[in-house]
Ligand binder design. Structure first.
Ligand code: ADP
Ligand code: MG
Length: 249
C-alpha cells in the first residue's frame, strides 16, 4: 500500500520551474531514494511535501489524505518528519533540549517530551553528548541530531535530506546503520535524498531520478544506475557523484 503519492507535482518560483510534473508513489515500509544533480529540485520536493512551499500544481496524498493544502504543523502531526540539508541547531541549547523542542510537536508535557528525546538520542548514538551545547557537536553529530529531531516528532514517514553529506567513511557507515534501523526497528518509511552513491545504492529499495525538476526514470538501484540519462545527467555536472556538502535550502 502507498503511504505517499505525488500526483503531477509542480513547483514554480516565478519563471523557474523547480519541480516539473513529478509523479511517484512510495510504499509503506520502503526506503525510497530520490536522486538528481545539484539544483534539480530534490529539496524543493521535500519543501512542498511539508508545505513550506505551496505546490503550484498537482496533489500530495499521505495515507489516503490530500495534504496539498494542509499547514506544515498539521503535516508533522499527521506523521511526516523531516531533516534539513542545512543543519541549524539552537547552538546554545543542549542537544537534549533541541530534541525536546521538536518532541513538543506531539507531546504536550515536559516529562513526555524529555522521555521521547532521551529515547531518540540513544537511538541516534547521541545519548552520551545529550547535555553538551548543540553548537559544540561536530558535523557528524549535528547530522545525527537532525535525524533525532525528526524522529522526536514520531513520524511514520521521514524525509532525509543529505544526512550523510560531509561525513568521513566511518561516520558514513554509522549513518547508514542508523538509517537502516529507522526502518527495521521503528518501522518508519523513508524517503532519502543523498548524493553519495554508496549510501543511496546500498540502502534504497527503489530510486526515483530527476534532472531539471523532471523525472528521468525510476527503478531498482541497479536499473537506475545503469540508465543512460542518469549517467549523462551526473556526468554532465561535476561533483554530484562524489558527495560533499551542498548549499541550498
Ligand atoms: P536540489 O535540492 O536538488 O539541489 P533545490 O530543490 O534546492 O535543488 O533547488 C531547485 C531549484 O529551485 C534551484 O534552481 C534553486 O535555485 C531553486 N529554488 C529553490 N528554492 C527556491 C526559492 N525559495 N526561491 C527561488 N528559487 C528556489
Ligand atoms: Mg537540496
Amino acid at each position: 500500500m502507498s503511504i505517499l503519492v505525488l500526483e503531477n507535482l509542480t513547483k514554480a518560483f516565478g519563471g523557474l520551474v523547480a519541480v516539473n510534473n513529478v509523479s511517484l508513489e512510495v510504499k509503506e515500509g520502503e526506503i525510497f531514494g530520490l536522486i538528481g544533480p545539484n539544483g534539480s529540485g530534490k529539496t524543493t520536493i521535500f519543501n512542498t511535501i511539508n508545505h513550506f512551499y505551496l505546490a503550484t500544481k498537482g496533489r500530495i496524498i499521505f495515507k489516503g489524505i490530500d495534504i496539498t493544502n494542509k499547514k506544515t504543523f498539521e503535516i508533522a502531526r499527521l506523521g511526516i518528519g523531516r531533516t534539513f540539508q542545512k543543519v541549524r541547531p539552537l547552538k546554545r541549547l543542549s542537544v537534549e533540549d533541541n530534541v525536546m523542542a521538536a518532541a513538543f510537536a506531539r507531546e504536550s508535557t515536559f516529562e513526555g517530551s524529555r522521555k521521547v528525546a532521551r529515547e531518540v538520542l540513544e537511538f541516534c548514538h547521541l545519548g552520551e553528548v545529550s547535555h553538551m551545547p548543540a553548537g559544540s557537536l561536530p558535523i557528524a553529530g549535528r547530522k545525527r541530531l537532525e535525524i533525532a529531531k525528526a524522529l522526536a516528532t514520531r513520524p511514520s514517514l521521514i524525509l532525509l535530506d543529505e544526512t550523510a553529506a560531509g561525513l568521513n567513511p566511518a561516520e558514513l557507515d554509522e549513518a547508514i546503520d542508523i538509517i537502516k534501523k529507522i526502518r527495521s526497528e521503528l518501522g518508519i518509511t523513508i524517503i532519502i535524498v543523498e548524493h553519495i552513491m554508496k549510501v543511496i545504492m546500498n540502502i534504497s529499495d527503489r530510486i526515483h531520478a530527476i534532472a531539471f525538476g523532471a523525472t528521468i526514470t525510476e527503478g531498482t538501484p541497479k536499473e537506475v544506475a545503469s540508465h543512460p540519462t542518469v549517467i549523462e545527467a551526473y556526468l554532465g555536472t561535476d561533483a554530484t557523484l562524489v558527495g560533499g556538502d551542498y548549499a541550498g535550502a
